[in-house]
Design a protein around this ligand. Structure first.
Ligand SMILES: Nc1ncnc2c1ncn2[C@@H]1O[C@H](COP(=O)(O)OP(=O)(O)OP(=O)(O)O)[C@@H](O)[C@H]1O
Ligand SMILES: [Mg+2]
Length: 256
């Protein structure tokens, strides 16, 4: 199994406080790994480090053995890292299909002039992109919604569309930040199927932040637990569920 993501001794300090320290993780191709921990543990910060939003104070991030140091968010996306956000980010006034096509746009080969004057290469690429977008929507049973406004979709479908937009950039590693947040049980169930489907059809690596334990325990092969920026446990769902340090971290938080 080849190693897609590797973080070694990752650390970031904000105003003298380490939000993440000595963070190590490996995610392999075709693997779904969970990143869990109480609120404020540093989970989203890890995603911001991986995507180049934050620069680590120290440590190394490699994607398929390539060191990402110094690379911008866009460059990292081209290398193969795509993410969704804790709060949905979509073009709500645009159609579903335009939202997906917009994700392809950074990869189109026509020039701005060709697009402005609607030259043949533009139309050809545009047609290809539309077909590709419909194919992607079809995988997630959303092709019937292609012409709906994204903002009019039910919450669960907006979340799914956000994931599809991330997939449209053809990633090697997909980062999902609390995709089940705000979902009802039926939507969460559906999301679980969607994530499984992504792994089966796209064979990519998935790193998943999630508070919904049934989801995490149900689909992750491996789980890393963060607390106050530090890894307190790593293992299979069974190992994590019965780990006293993990239980204490969660219960300790609830007692506050
Ligand atoms: N840019 C920043 N400047 C200063 N502090 C920050 C910054 N980004 C994150 N932090 C701090 O780092 C800590 C971890 O935040 P983070 O958002 O990563 O937590 P989280 O595990 O994603 O929590 P949640 O489950 O609530 O989303 C918090 O104490 C937060 O205030
Ligand atoms: Mg977060």
């Amino acid at each position: 199994m080849s190693n897609v993501l590797k973080c070694e001794h990752l650390r970031v300090v904000f105003g003298g406080l380490a939000a993440v320290s000595d963070f190590n993780i490996e995610v392999n191709e075709n693997e779904i790994v969970g990143l869990i921990g109480p609120n404020g543990a540093g989970k989203t910060t890890v995603f911001n480090l991986l995507t180049g939003v934050y620069t680590p104070t120290s440590g190394v991030i490699t994607l398929c053995e390539k060191d990402l140091a110094g690379m911008s968010t866009i460059a990292r996306n081209h290398e193969g890292i795509a993410r969704t956000f804790q709060n949905i980010r979509l073009f709500k006034d645009m159609s579903v299909i335009d939202n997906v096509m917009n994700s392809f746009n950074t990869r189109m080969s026509y020039s701005i002039a060709e697009a402005m004057f609607r030259l043949p290469r533009y139309w050809k690429e545009e047609k290809k992109a539309r077909e590709k977008a419909l194919e992607l929507l079809h995988v997630f049973n959303m092709e019937d919604l292609a012409n709906e406004n994204a903002g009019n979709l039910p919450y669960g479908s907006q979340r799914r569309l956000e994931i599809i937009r991330a997939l449209a950039t053809n990633p090697k590693l997909l980062l999902l930040d609390e995709p089940a947040a705000g979902m009802n049980p039926a939507e969460t169930e559906n999301l679980m199927e969607t994530i499984g489907k992504i792994r089966d059809q796209f064979h990519i690596a998935i790193l998943l932040i999630e508070h919904d334990m049934s989801l995490v325990m149900g689909i992750c092969e491996n789980i890393t637990v963060l607390n106050f920026g530090e890894v307190i446990a790593q293992g299979t769902p069974q190992e994590i569920q019965s780990n006293p340090v993990v239980i204490e971290a969660y219960l300790g938080k609830k007692r506050d």
